[in-house]
Design a protein around this ligand. Structure first.
Ligand SMILES: O=C(O)CCC(=O)C(=O)O
Ligand SMILES: [Fe+2]
Length: 299
């Protein structure tokens, strides 16, 4: 493929380290629209007028309503948000080129998934414990290895609009179970100093940079209420995974993505195909009358 020559070595690096940083996935012509859309989405959420949010004090879904402060705006492509810039970027050629390289798949395999924006809380600092997105911290070493061995058929990324130093990862940990010391540092507690985790590094993104990371790399994050954060946080799947991603994706209540209103907002053919693939996985995973939401992690 001609398009992948530009990104040669990227997939190898991503597979070896479990994460990779890529610059310039936002077309300069789209920057102002995206930034404006984020500003409005964030204000609306902080004013209490957007119910899909990540609530301070809650680490994982369901996020609940207990604290008025938020560390993320969920479902930013929702038609009620009314911000076309989000779906336009999520289905843009520049971004999907990298997604295809990292997934090693064709355009027709791309599956639409989640798109949120991660923001700084305003009332006080907050941190997310060390975790893997779809493996509980009390998993045994054998259970952990088994879960890590599954090919995940999806990529997740953070694209920063402002300098973002929130995320910490343990490079290479997406393939190997935690050592005893790493287990001690990831047994549910909020880290005092994330760098106490053996092998950890802090990821700093400059505006416009994206970090793609394996959802099961060992990672955590700290949120400084004084440092402005608006980081686009999204994932896309590969249909070859069948329903393996259903639990992790559908725990976020995506019923609205099946509606006509949302379908009408999709600006291109590739996006419409991606949505069709999501709906197929959704219907397939609910086929056996399994309608209840299963959460990947405990709060
Ligand atoms: O804030 C971040 O960059 C990481 C968020 C995260 O790890 C999660 O939501 O599971
Ligand atoms: Fe995570």
């Amino acid at each position: 493929m001609v398009e992948s020559a530009k990104y040669s070595g990227l997939k190898e690096k991503y597979e070896r380290d479990g994460y990779v940083i890529v610059p310039d996935l936002i077309d300069p012509a789209d920057w102002a629209d995206l930034e404006g859309a984020c500003e409005r989405a964030v204000s609306r959420t902080r004013e209490g007028a957007w119910r899909y949010r990540r609530t301070v004090g809650r680490q994982f879904p369901p996020y609940g309503e207990v604290d008025p402060d938020s560390w993320g705006v969920q479902h930013i492509m929702h038609p009620e948000m009314g911000e076309k810039a989000f779906v336009r970027w999520y289905t843009s050629t520049r971004l999907l080129e990298v997604v295809k390289v990292l997934l090693g798949c064709e355009e027709s395999d791309l599956q639409m998934e989640l798109f949120n924006v991660l923001i700084n809380p305003v009332s006080h600092d907050f941190a997310l414990r060390w975790h893997r997105d779809d493996i509980r911290e009390d998993a045994t070493t054998e259970e952990e290895q088994k879960a890590l061995d599954i090919w995940h058929f999806g990529v997740q990324w953070n694209t920063a609009l402002y300098i973002d130093s929130c995320l910490y990862v343990v490079p290479g940990s997406h393939k190997i179970p935690r050592t005893d010391e790493q287990r001690v540092n990831s047994s549910g507690q909020v880290p005092e100093n994330p760098l106490d985790m053996p092998g950890s590094i802090r990821v700093t993104l400059q505006p416009g940079e994206s970090v793609f990371y394996n959802q099961n790399i060992l990672h955590c994050a700290t949120y400084n209420s004084k440092a402005k954060r608006a980081t686009l946080h999204a994932c896309i799947g590969d249909t070859k995974g069948g329903t393996t991603r259903a639990r992790n994706i559908l725990q976020h209540e995506l019923d609205w993505m099946k509606g006509e209103e949302f379908a009408k907002t999709i600006p291109n053919e590739v996006g419409r195909g991606m949505l069709k693939n999501l709906i197929r996985m959704y219907d397939e995973s609910k086929k056996d009358g399994k309608d209840e939401i299963v959460y990947s992690l405990k709060n």
